[in-house]
Design a protein around this ligand. Structure first.
Ligand SMILES: C[S@@+](CC[C@H](N)C(=O)[O-])C[C@H]1O[C@@H](n2cnc3c(N)ncnc32)[C@H](O)[C@@H]1O
Length: 405
């Protein structure tokens, strides 16, 4: 997993609320050995230290961490590599800082249904004799197993990432998985082809092997469809809380004009539109942008949300900025490109809400957005309990900058 917050573990570890046999070496989580209240304190302290270290942020108000209601078994999305150890098929998270797979027998942060599905797929793959990918030799077929569960619908979607398409054993595995799990909510199994020697999990092409290629999801009275190629937050329950915070921070929205950059399939854009705004949602992934447009239609919001399949910076430049009230950005870990920061600074909208999953690039970008956009409020959000990872929201307001001196 990518690097998280530098937490100060001065507090000695106390009784673990859950005893996971994999805790320690497994890279899936790292804070099972502290109580959740201590974890909250550690994260708040680390976030405050980061903010205090920055001249641009020092004066901003920091709200308390938005805690997760359920800090265990919360992951509604699973992505694990498959491999072989001593001839046996293994599947699980990588050991910390290695590419050696921890052969999971259970997991304290994953939705138990997904863990059970993964264990069944591993058993079936071994029984069928599926060819397992070996990253050192770049041989074999099955690389990763992906699965999602709809928090509102409890539908399941499964996917195999394979090095070569059309493998007969993979098809057999898909059919056997469907047969075993259709009564428990599995609606489809897809195949994604990734031929490259790479750490990036998904490749370009995805096809449906059996059933359908997307999950129907319902959250906060909004319906959407999420194929495996479209980004979804891994913690559906806490994502709803995050989105509520974002909408609240935008203020009254009736009749306002908002741009949602890095929109994914539009969970923020749809909520902002439902609150009365006209929204342009910009997302590079064409599948996600297409699903967003379908969701807008399905929820009766098509007249208020437009999805643009484009790079954030180019899409924003192509959007009519006259009368724009606010912008939301929710970039991947690398944060905002310098060109996008320059464009955001040059436009005249009043408020920017920045949602980030990487505190380092978050602080870097907030500093770069100054002095035109000043941070007034910060809120850490615990989207990834039991790990060092932290989501954060910043509210920035435009300051009139006299460029002539
Ligand atoms: C952290 S996700 C946020 C998605 C959405 N806001 C949500 O909460 O589900 C970042 C999104 O940015 C998209 N993305 C990455 N680089 C991009 C770029 N240069 N321009 C536009 N979208 C991009 C990804 O495909 C992904 O959907």
């Amino acid at each position: 997993m990518a690097k998280g917050l530098p937490l100060d573990r001065a507090t000695p570890s106390t009784l673990a609320p859950v005893h996971c046999p994999h805790f320690g070496p497994c890279g899936g989580c790292s804070l099972l050995d502290v109580r959740y209240t201590e974890e909250v304190g550690m994260k708040e302290a680390a976030f405050a230290a980061l903010v205090r270290g920055s001249d641009a942020l020092r004066k901003a108000k920091i709200l308390p961490l938005l805690r997760a209601r359920e800090p265990l078994f919360y992951r509604t999305s699973l992505k694990v590599p498959f491999g072989r150890k001593d001839g046996a098929v293994v599947a699980g998270f990588f050991k910390r800082r290695t590419h050696s797979i921890v052969d999971l027998a259970g997991c304290a942060i994953q939705d138990p249904l997904l863990t059970e599905l993964m264990l069944d797929v591993k058993r079936l793959a071994a029984a069928i004799g599926v060819s397992i990918y070996d990253e050192r030799s770049h041989h074999g077929v099955l690389r990763h197993f992906l699965a999602r569960v709809g928090a509102g619908t409890r539908e399941l979607l499964a996917g195999f990432v394979v090095r070569t398409p059309g493998d007969a054993a993979i098809r057999e595995l898909a059919l056997a998985t469907m047969e075993a799990w259709s009564g428990r909510g599995l609606v489809g199994v897809v195949e994604n082809v990734n031929r490259e020697r790479t750490n990036v999990i998904l490749g370009e092409a995805t096809t449906t092997l059996v059933g359908r290629g997307h999950l129907d999801e319902e959250a906060d009275d909004l319906r959407s469809r999420t194929p495996l190629e479209a980004f979804v937050q891994v913690n559906a329950a806490q994502a709803s809380a995050l989105y509520r915070e974002v909408v609240r921070r935008l203020g009254p929205l009736d009749g306002k004009r908002v741009v949602d950059l890095y929109s994914g399939f539009g969970p923020i854009a749809l909520r902002v539109a439902r609150a009365g705004a006209h929204v342009v949602a910009i997302e590079r992934n064409q599948v996600a942008a297409r699903e967003g447009a379908l969701a807008a239609d399905d929820n009766g919001l098509a007249d208020r949300v437009t999805f643009l399949a484009a790079d954030a910076e180019h899409g924003l430049r192509a959007t009519d900025a006259a009368g724009l009230d606010a912008v939301v950005v929710d970039p991947p870990r690398r944060g905002l490109a310098p060109g996008l920061i320059a464009t955001l600074k040059s436009l005249a909208f009043r408020r920017l809400v920045y949602v980030s999953c990487n505190p380092e690039t978050f602080v870097r970008d907030l500093e770069a957005l100054a002095p035109d956009l000043r941070v007034v409020e910060l809120r850490p959000v615990d989207l990834f309990p039991r790990t060092e990872h932290l989501e954060s929201i910043a509210v920035l307001d435009r300051v009139h900058v006299d460029r002539d001196g």
